[in-house]
Design a protein around this ligand. Structure first.
Ligand SMILES: [Zn+2]
Ligand SMILES: [Zn+2]
Length: 168
């Protein structure tokens, strides 16, 4: 399966039994099929934190202004739920197969254990932007976007160390 953003061949990973395709060595993006996402609610917070350390190449541009094709369905385009130029994240979903594409952007590379105060501040600013600025209005907008916002919360809960995840 090739990366929808940079066309690199992605690597299949299994993290606590959740299968993920990772764009290792290039843009660092992650692809989750819908059936894998459904497993997340049974996983402990931060179980997938290793995914924040997928190796990325410097300077790979993923053209955020362009819609990406679904890596599974090929002929359908991914729908963009949210993105940030400031924090370099992007979260897309396929309208056909419901798979999720996530580029965690500025969250990548944060330490899995013993984060410094600076790391905490970086994560707090990131989540403020993602959850309060981007997702909170979506929660209220429509049942579909409400469900997507909940899924995005589950995804981030899975791959963010609990020490860096905002308190509920
Ligand atoms: Zn890529
Ligand atoms: Zn699809």
């Amino acid at each position: 399966m090739n990366c929808p953003a940079c066309n690199n061949e992605m690597k299949a990973l299994s993290v606590t039994g959740v299968k993920v395709q990772a764009c290792e060595g290039s843009c660092g993006g992650l692809w989750f099929e819908w059936r894998e996402i459904k497993k997340l609610k049974d996983r402990i917070a931060g179980a997938g934190a290793v995914l924040l350390h997928v190796e990325r190449a410097e300077g790979v541009h993923i053209f955020r202004d362009v819609q990406h094709p679904c890596p599974h369905c090929i002929h359908s385009l991914l729908y963009r739920h949210c993105f940030s130029r400031e924090f370099h994240y992007e979260i897309d979903q396929c309208a056909k197969c419901a798979g999720f594409w996530v580029d965690v952007g500025a969250l990548s590379g944060l330490p899995l254990q013993s984060p410094t105060e600076k790391d905490r501040q970086k994560a707090a600013a990131y989540f403020k932007n993602l959850f309060e600025k981007n997702l909170k209005p979506q929660h209220l907008a429509h049942p579909d976007t409400h469900e997507a916002a909940q899924t995005i919360h589950q995804l981030y809960r899975f791959f963010t160390p609990p020490t860096l995840f905002p308190a509920e």
